[in-house]
Write a protein that binds this ligand. Structure first.
Ligand code: CU
Length: 172
């Protein structure tokens, strides 16, 4: 049955006419190779479309690469920055949320942030975060260079100490 070799999924292909064409002219091998070429082209096309539909969006990602609480740290800290992607040489606002390990917010703590480049000595760059209510502490600082930084946050209250390092990628 030579007619069954014609794939039915080919767009715009009239299989009944194709059958007739085969019977009258007998171009089956040529037709098959043409179809194979078409299928190959479709495959390549699908590959291109897949690559294009997944555009990388590094700027949309958080500048915070990772977070590491010091061993024995008494608090759970999270950090929000404004702008979310800090740029060197301009002010960045920091807001730290401090919680007990059980989840309740910690008020009245002394909270400090230190901006450090892990790969080089950039000098002391430290500032206090003032209570902003609901376990949040806010302050402003400045990254003095583009690249990988650590925001090291320490919190003290009632003899308890917490320390968390946020790895931040600072843009140019
Ligand atoms: Cu540096």
């Amino acid at each position: 049955m030579p007619g069954r070799r014609i794939p039915r999924f080919v767009p715009g292909h009239d299989s009944s006419r194709a059958k007739r064409t085969q019977k009258s002219k007998g171009l089956q091998p040529l037709e098959r190779s043409l179809l194979a070429l078409l299928a190959l082209a479709l495959l390549f096309c699908a590959g291109c479309k897949k690559k294009e539909s997944a555009p990388p969006k590094p700027r949309e990602k958080s500048a915070i690469i990772s977070t590491q609480a010091a061993p024995g740290s008494a608090f759970i800290m999270s950090l929000a920055m404004d702008p979310a992607q800090p740029k060197f040489g301009s002010k960045t606002n920091f807001r730290v949320t401090l919680k007990q390990t059980l989840g309740s917010p910690v008020e009245g703590a002394h909270v400090e942030a230190s901006l450090v480049m892990p790969l080089m000595d950039m000098g002391k760059n430290q500032f206090a975060l003032k209570p902003a209510g609901n376990g949040e502490y806010a302050g402003a600082g400045e990254f003095t260079m583009a690249g990988e930084w650590e925001v090291i946050v320490t919190a003290n209250t009632e003899g308890k100490t917490g320390k968390t390092t946020f790895n931040v990628n600072v843009g140019e």
